[in-house]
Design a protein around this ligand. Structure first.
Ligand SMILES: [Zn+2]
Length: 142
């Protein structure tokens, strides 16, 4: 392809529009996150992940670079998502309800009403069980 086709007035206008967006992070945070010695954190409990594993050693949440896109380990991510939908205190966010309703239909198909029953029970304050994981306490003195 000829490069002038990609440098027309529209391309230049788009580059200017998106290049001038402010970076929300200070430069030192950007460098710290992208540093090779940066330690990845668990998305659930923010515990440092010091080894290459599929699950957080503290909370057993699926972690790793490719867990959400790997078809096998994606099952564990979806399981955690649906488990959170039916455990704990009643959910007040409407968007979460809509997402869980639609997502459960796409994953469970004909069995989605069973999941909806447990969603409804949670809303009544009678969840299937309480969350069993204790919160991770970050040691600020370390
Ligand atoms: Zn964790």
């Amino acid at each position: 392809m000829n490069e002038p086709l990609f440098n027309g007035p529209l391309a230049q206008m788009l580059r200017r529009a998106f290049r001038d967006t402010p970076n929300p992070w200070p430069d030192e945070i950007e460098k710290a996150v992208r540093a090779p010695e940066a330690v990845p954190l668990c998305l659930n409990c923010l515990a440092p992940q010091t080894r290459d594993g599929w699950f957080c050693p503290h909370c057993a949440f699926p972690t790793g670079d490719y867990v959400a896109v790997n078809p096998f380990s994606q099952i564990f991510v979806l399981g955690e998502l649906f488990r959170r939908g039916v455990t704990g205190a009643p959910e007040k966010r409407v968007g979460v309800h809509l997402f869980l309703l639609v997502c459960s239909v796409t994953q469970y198909a004909a069995f989605a009403p069973v999941y909806w029953f447990w969603l409804w029970r949670r809303q009544l304050g009678r969840p299937i069980c309480e969350p069993r994981r204790e919160p991770f306490v970050v040691d600020l003195n370390a």
